[in-house]
Design a binder for this molecule. Sequence first.
Ligand SMILES: Nc1ncnc2c1ncn2[C@@H]1O[C@H](COP(=O)(O)OP(=O)(O)O)[C@@H](O)[C@H]1O
Ligand SMILES: [Mg+2]
Length: 377
Amino acid sequence: MTMTTMNPPQTDDLSGAGYLRIENLSKMFGVFAALKSISLEIREGEFVCFLGPSGCGKTTLLRAIAGLDIQTNGSIFQAGRDISRLPPSERDFGIVFQSYALFPNLTVSKNIAYGLESRRMPRAAIAARVMELLQLVGLPDSGEKYPSQLSGGQQQRVALARALATSPGLLLLDEPLSALDARVRVHLRHEIKHLQRRLGITTIMVTHDQEEALTMADRIVVMNHGVIEQVGTATEIYRDPASAFVADFIGTMNFLPGVVTRPGRVAFGGVELDCAGGVNGFAAGTPVTIAVRPEDVSIRNIDGSKSNSFAAQILEMEFLGSFYRGTLIAAGTPADAAGETLTADFSINAVRDLGLADGMSLSIAFPPDCIRVFERQ
Ligand SMILES: Nc1ncnc2c1ncn2[C@@H]1O[C@H](COP(=O)(O)OP(=O)(O)O)[C@@H](O)[C@H]1O
Ligand SMILES: [Mg+2]
């Protein structure tokens, strides 16, 4: 036994961290900056979603990772290898686009085998691998069909099988579910997620659909105007948005005007609110935006003397099946923030127990740990 059979130590070994490392990546289209100094690390086996509004740079970033569109500045490392300037053919990824992009004149099997044949793999080995992939994506009997004979969801499964054929180290998905109808989309979400878990393949999925990102991703990268606004798990991003943009983009959020009074306290009209999460470092006297989720507005056991509470009136209630969404208006004098409207979600139980109805006056409270404070827009 000699030491020469061992793999040399990886110079860039980050002990599992940073399978894909992006450093200060920028992309210019003429004078327009589509990506502005993006830095990001993705761990091996992670499922990451790039989430953001249309035009924020998600596809541009994905295409840079694939080498389909080389960045203007910055570096990309995959498994410790600098791939920044390599053509796609020398990188190690499989990709699925929104449009199925299958070859219409080739059978499903031939579509899946495409990347294997160009690698000059033996015929029998290709046939076995194709069968394995067809089973993996739940289409064991569709090998001889043509793409036009399949539904949109089935075509996307074939595209997925084709992307996985060469067992790449990285799976890139650009809005793979966006062209499908709602039921198929939800179903395929689960399938892709389970498949990714089973294979343990590092995956990046681009989406503008927050529900897709929240349900599928281990970590979400929220993007806006070519920058990363926040990176975190679904819970972190929902519970602790780093900016007003993230707070607004993910879920529903009330934004109300406030003024910082002292450390940990912000005035909403005449009511001084205790913010357990702090006031984001703003000095006393700073006008800010107070953010509270509709489901965090509490209405039970509030007697008016309770801190963080104030009087409000229900303008209107909307029945949404499993809960009610109320539009409320703060009551009292103008100094008490009267006239500010906000949204509050009420459980069916609360509506029944408290007899909530349009026009009703009540006391509501913002729990201290549910208040976030952002710069006034
Ligand atoms: N080839 C291109 N030439 C010029 N502008 C482009 C090109 N590709 C993308 N852009 C612009 O870059 C921005 C980001 O695009 P893109 O990454 O496709 O957004 P997303 O995928 O987040 O919707 C958009 O404003 C888009 O118009
Ligand atoms: Mg896109």
